[in-house]
Design a protein around this ligand. Structure first.
Ligand code: AMP
Length: 494
């Protein structure tokens, strides 16, 4: 059968109709079922005039096959989508809806959200139900030559999540580059672990569709069972492991009897790959390739990668993140990694000032100032950390200022600052330091503060510890002195 989309990137793949397309945590779909369900959803949305306003649609849920069907339906309709995981608190989902002016949420979970600012289609099991809260004004605007395929909302330093807009051109550049450089075939079975609201997961979401291959979604992070994950990989003959180093570490920590020899590639990305983990993977899976990939959401999934061989492990104490790339014009300028190519986003949604600072054009090609420090050595690119408040914790991207700005909304908080305690550039703990307005001991209630934060922040952004202080130490610029705060935290017991 042919799987046909309206975009240049995903079109006319020859694929066997009975072959597995997606194994979700709800049900599995073959390619013919996948294609039919994508069409059914597209027809339903068009018939009910639920799409066509030009605003992005929220695709909401977790690891269901319907999440993937919904994303591909949006691609087929040419409607931008925003993947949002159900772990996000409702307040955060509302902020995303407001910021993107989304007038439709495709809910693939069994629970209705009833958010009055948007319409909702419940897309769970085979049945489709609509809850209309808002009129949709259809537009006959001709779509721009390079329409947006998806937006990913990441943590924002001002306290609001910010939307990274990725166009068709960027996705096309990405899939063609990966197709050229990786020896993937239609026989691949991609093993997904990351949440679908993170852009690294779109690697396998797009590549399985591009190749006419298969995708297994794993609900690994909620109900972590290395045995169950291994059994699932064996059952479906998973060939390409996609995860953060943190997840791979957690998995490897538990010895399982399964050999998992069918996995031929481990592709890790999203945070520092510790040397010891690279050694661990190479020795346990000695026939498989290990790839370290790097790139921010702003540059479409990944921007550099390198195969980590035993020679590299032996020669270098820290693991490189890439090589000089002939596909994108990435470089290091004054110690900062600058990404340059058609993969670079057209900018954050409605953030003109920030866009001027972070994005630009060189010879007509977009670039992004990553804020990541890097260095080329022997033609290999090494990651050297960051100087700002963006951190990666267990693979999650967190702007520390976003946590502080939520804390500052509490009426008893005078000032707050959030710090990350790191070892070898790997974040070990996140701590918020709070200066109270008056020293009322009752207000030092950590449980209350945590539950307040969890109204608008996902679980992974809640600090593991809090420190209450009388006076915020300041540096010569009048800003909170972070080094002093780290010392205060370590000496707090003494
Ligand atoms: P995200 O937008 O969630 O993909 O996060 C992007 C940021 O994660 C980058 O700007 C880096 O700071 C960090 N990052 C991504 N991949 C790697 C890697 N392989 N090694 C070190 N840091 C990484």
């Amino acid at each position: 059968m042919k799987f046909c989309f309206n975009t240049k990137t995903f079109s006319n793949k020859d694929v066997s109709s009975t072959k597995l397309a997606v194994a979700g945590d709800d049900f599995n779909v073959s390619w013919i079922e996948f294609s039919n369900q994508v069409d059914m959803l597209c027809n339903f949305l068009q018939k009910n005039k639920l799409v066509g306003s030009g605003y992005p649609v929220i695709v909401y849920g977790h690891k269901s096959a319907n999440m993937i069907i919904s994303m591909y339906a949006m691609i087929k309709l040419g409607v931008p989508f925003i993947p949002v995981d159900e772990v996000f608190p409702i307040e955060r989902v509302k902020k995303i809806i407001q910021s993107a002016k989304s007038d439709l949420l495709l809910n693939t979970t069994p629970n209705k959200l009833n958010i009055k600012e948007t319409n909702e289609v419940n897309w769970n099991g085979g049945k489709l139900q609509v809850q209309k809260n808002k009129q949709i004004f259809l537009t006959d605007k001709i779509p721009s030559a390079d329409p947006i395929i998806y937006l990913i909302f990441t943590s924002g330093s001002t306290g609001e999540p910010k939307g990274v807009q990725i166009t068709n051109e960027s996705v096309e550049a990405f899939v063609h580059w990966i197709d050229r450089d990786f020896d993937f075939t239609e026989k691949e079975v991609f093993i997904n672990f990351g949440m679908l609201s993170f852009d690294f997961s779109l690697f396998e979401v797009f590549m399985f569709g591009y190749l006419g291959a298969s995708l297994i979604l794993n609900n690994g992070e909620n109900d972590f069972s290395p045995e169950a994950i291994s059994a699932r990989i064996e059952k479906y003959n998973g060939t390409i492991w996609m995860s953060t180093p943190s997840f791979a570490f957690l998995f490897l920590k538990f010895g399982v009897d399964y050999k998992l020899t069918q996995i031929r590639k481990f592709i890790l990305a999203g945070e520092v790959l510790p040397h010891s983990l690279a050694v661990g993977i190479k020795s346990r899976f000695n026939k498989a390739q290990l790839v370290n990939a790097y790139g921010p959401t702003e540059a479409t999934i990944i921007a550099t990668y390198i195969e980590i061989t035993n020679e590299i492990i032996k020669k270098y104490n820290s693991i490189p993140i890439g090589v000089s790339n002939d596909y994108y014009k990435n470089r290091v300028e004054k110690g900062e990694i600058i990404l340059n190519g058609p993969n670079v986003s057209i900018g954050y949604l409605n953030k003109d000032l920030l866009n001027d600072e972070k994005f630009g054009l060189i010879n007509g090609i977009r670039y992004f100032n990553t804020g990541d420090r890097g260095e080329f050595k022997d033609d290999l690119l090494f990651f050297k950390g960051r100087d700002d408040d963006l951190v990666k914790f267990h693979g999650f991207r967190i702007e520390l200022n976003e946590i502080s700005s939520v804390l500052n909304q509490l009426d008893f908080v005078g000032k707050s600052e959030t710090i990350a305690l790191k070892r070898n550039e790997v974040v070990k703990k996140i701590v918020s330091v709070i200066q109270l307005k008056s020293d009322d001991r009752n207000k030092r209630d950590i449980d209350f503060v945590k539950s307040y934060l969890s109204i608008s922040l996902p679980e992974y952004m809640i600090p593991s510890d809090f420190l209450f202080i009388d006076e915020m130490p300041l540096n010569s610029n009048g800003k909170a002195d972070k080094k002093a705060l780290v010392n205060l935290y370590f000496n707090k017991g003494s």
